[in-house]
Design a binder for this molecule. Structure first.
Ligand SMILES: CCCCCCCC(=O)SCCNC(=O)CCNC(=O)[C@H](O)C(C)(C)COP(=O)(O)OP(=O)(O)OC[C@H]1O[C@@H](n2cnc3c(N)ncnc32)[C@H](O)[C@@H]1OP(=O)(O)O
Length: 158
């Protein structure tokens, strides 16, 4: 079921302008994917429909693209979970003081990811250990989990 995100703020839209050029999720990168991650309750969600140019085998999505969107969903999720943990409201904010980058990303490709359908990415917090944030992720198409991911994001010092 596609969650209505119309009234939610994407975590990437709360990154300060100087950090909004990421190829995967920067709102200021017109050539990038501009992935949007939303915090919904205890989990994060993002939707993305790959263009046909990201084909691997005919009809299926290139694994590098899958890793790319899970990378940005993972860091976005990590930032969102830190905000939740520290009671930083995403509703009232225009920017957030939390920046996370990927230290480790693991993807398991479970099934071919079909081209031409909307992909649903979900994230769940595993743990926050100081500056280390572990997030578990799934990528689903047509109700089938096509990939799972785990990310270790590191919160940057000021
Ligand atoms: C804000 C907009 C962001 C958009 C991001 C989009 C997603 C991305 O693509 S980010 C780009 C790709 N990632 C990068 O370029 C990061 C490159 N790496 C770095 O800059 C650094 O190694 C960095 C910041 C991750 C960690 O460096 P530093 O801040 O010095 O921390 P450091 O002390 O080495 O590590 C912190 C902890 O993480 C652990 N750690 C670091 N890397 C790893 C790893 N690969 N595996 C396991 N543990 C790790 C360390 O052991 C340490 O643990 P502990 O606190 O228990 O001793």
């Amino acid at each position: 079921m596609h969650i209505n995100t119309k009234n939610l703020k994407a975590i990437q839209d709360l990154y300060p302008d100087e950090l909004a050029h990421c190829y995967g999720c920067g709102k200021s990168n017109p050539d990038g994917f501009q992935l949007k991650t939303y915090l919904v309750g205890d989990e994060t969600i993002a939707y993305f429909t790959p263009q046909p140019k990201y084909t691997a085998l005919p009809g299926s999505v290139y694994g590098g693209l899958i890793a790319s969107i899970l990378d940005c969903h993972g860091t976005g999720s990590a930032a969102a979970f830190v905000c939740k943990n520290e009671h930083i409201s995403l509703v009232d904010a225009t920017t957030i003081p939390v920046r996370c980058v990927t230290a480790l990303l693991k993807i398991d490709f479970k099934n071919p990811t079909p081209m031409g359908v909307e992909l649903e990415l979900k994230g769940k917090l595993r743990s926050i250990e100081g500056r280390k944030i572990w997030v578990d992720m799934t990528l689903t198409a047509n109700g089938i989990i096509c990939a799972t991911g785990e990310i270790l994001a590191i919160r940057l010092k000021d």
